[in-house]
Design a binder for this molecule. Structure first.
Ligand code: ADP
Ligand code: F6P
Length: 320
């Protein structure tokens, strides 16, 4: 019988629970012993884990967050931390590990695989910023949450003839901002991947649309750019439109996962177990063009995927 462990690491994302459920159920059905490791790599180093079964993952497919909890774990990056984790794996007889997280977590999974514990990583982050994947678990839910929140902001912005400047998450990437910007009809979208000129891309666009009768505005700003409070002041001073800034924050990380996140998480979790069943480690499960694939972790970490520039161009032309 194989023994595998599963952990969630880094920032949590809606759909992580659906992936945990898939891994546990697939593992149990294949006759494996499955340990749920708490708080990411911390739980691995501290031997904080429990045996899971078909019923310990009941009623979680629809829940946000992660029942295994998550953490960022600087100690795991040290030689001492790695040795401690290896010792626990030996003691528990863990011969395979599923790691759900972002690219930082993947690096940890690569290091453990190189040391002899086969790991399979699953992309779980709202940021969608993993080079080897078109899609990461949590992204769809976060994007839809942002859209709903901005729709609400838009209601009050419209009532008061105001401009709303909204900062959204994404770490260093502009996927959430660009796609939410299109979905909400933002007049301007500021993302780190595209150089911008505030005067040209915000003020002038607003003035141009004012001439066609537009009186309320939404500007979406990626957190990598930030500064929404100053931007709102500047917009008010230069256009005369009363402006308010909102930083959406962690509301974007919670909530019940969308159907897409649950389905992709289930597929990815299942594939991860299939790989470990065959003794294959050091892999990242990924989605490309709606297909579930897997890559060597090292290669996956070096892959680059860019923002869809055409999407930005479309937004520029139609959100005016
Ligand atoms: P994410 O997985 O969302 O990118 P982090 O970058 O915070 O989040 O990484 C999560 C955890 O993965 C870290 O706290 C650390 O324990 C582990 N990790 C990150 N980078 C490395 C690395 N270079 N080598 C080994 N482990 C790492
Ligand atoms: O990676 C997910 C994410 O929510 C980013 O979008 C954001 O920059 C970061 O995590 C926030 O991290 P924390 O929850 O530690 O404040």
């Amino acid at each position: 019988m194989k023994t595998i462990g599963i952990l969630t690491s880094g920032g949590d994302a809606p759909g992580m629970n659906a992936a945990v459920r898939a891994v546990v159920r697939a593992g149990c059905e294949k006759g494996m012993k499955v340990f749920g490791i708490k708080r990411g790599y911390n739980g691995l180093m501290d031997n904080d884990m429990y045996e899971m079964n078909l019923r310990t993952v009941s009623d979680i497919i629809q829940r946000g967050g992660t029942i295994l909890y998550s953490a960022r774990s600087p100690k795991f990056k040290t030689d001492e931390g790695m040795e401690q984790a290896m010792k626990v794996c030996r003691e528990r007889g863990i011969d395979g590990l599923v790691v759900i997280g972002g690219d930082g977590s993947f690096r940890g999974a690569r290091d453990l695989s190189l040391k002899g514990v086969p790991c399979v990583a699953i992309p779980g982050t709202i940021d969608n910023d993993i080079g080897c994947c078109d899609y990461t678990i949590g992204y769809d839910t976060a994007l839809n949450t942002v859209m709903q929140m901005v729709d609400r902001i838009r209601d009050t912005t419209e009532s008061h003839d105001r401009c709303a400047v909204v900062e959204v998450m994404g770490r260093g990437a502009g996927y959430i901002a660009l796609n939410a910007g299109i979905a909400c009809g933002a007049t301007s979208i500021l993302i780190p991947e595209i150089e911008y000129d505030f005067e040209r891309d915000v003020i002038d666009r607003m003035k141009r649309t004012q001439k066609t009768g537009k009186v309320h505005f939404v500007i979406i700003v990626s957190e990598a750019i930030g500064g929404v409070h100053e931007m709102a002041k500047r917009i008010q001073a230069e256009t005369g439109v009363e402006s308010r800034a909102t930083v959406l924050g962690h509301v974007q990380r919670g909530g019940s996962p969308t159907a897409k996140d649950r389905i992709v998480a289930s597929q990815m979790g299942y594939r991860a177990v299939e790989l470990l069943e065959q003794g294959i480690g050091n892999r990242v499960v990924a989605m490309q063009k709606e297909k579930i694939l897997d890559f060597d972790i090292y290669e996956a970490l070096n892959m680059k995927s860019g923002i869809d520039l055409n999407l930005y161009k479309i937004a520029q032309e139609i959100s005016i």
